[in-house]
Design a protein. Sequence first.
Length: 241
Amino acid sequence: MIDGKQLARRIFLRTLDELDVPSSISRCVSFAHGSLTCGELEFQLTKSSDLRVVAVGKAAHGMLDGMVSVLPLEVAPSGIVSAASASAKPHPHFKYFLGGHPTPNQQSLASGKAALELLRGCSVETLVIVLLSGGGSALFELSLIDSISLEELQQLNHVLVTCGASISEINTIRKHISAVKGGRLAKAAHPARILTLAISDVPVGKESALASGPTVPDPTTREQVEALLRNTRCEIAYPKK
């Protein structure tokens, strides 16, 4: 008979196995007979298929490992990866960036620019796979307006995360000044097909908050952003009309 301590240990170890990131991806995505399947979605892929991958977040390396593990050798994706740590085994045809967290750095901006360049020229035959996990908001960034400097982005980020604003409020502002957040990454890939896989740290129904929703339509408005910036909790100078 198993005692309580042994049972608890077995449950704990089994839970760790289930939480293994590469295994989690390979369980929800499969490849057979020339088709990549995820749930009810199916994508035909051949040696000549145009497959591009963007992996962003703290679990980016594991998610990419899991995705690559289900693909046959003849289907070779290219892409970019932005994570908080270096990859122990980088994949060929991928550009790697060591983004900043919790504050974006130059590599964060470089990864955003590289992603937009990667998605340039997509067609209806292109399949873009986006792998998202927590931390993506800082690890993956590019200013919507060229005149916004990295220093200004870092200052804004510091103010937002220390002024008492909720993560929803923070992401609302982030999405409106970014060229890759709030659905703009998906817009850059049009008219490609897009498959987003996410290891989420946000509540169900709030998917646009994960990594500030690069492939999810932004439900917030400019009026909401203005109201947040005028909030006295956030000491940000806002120009008068």
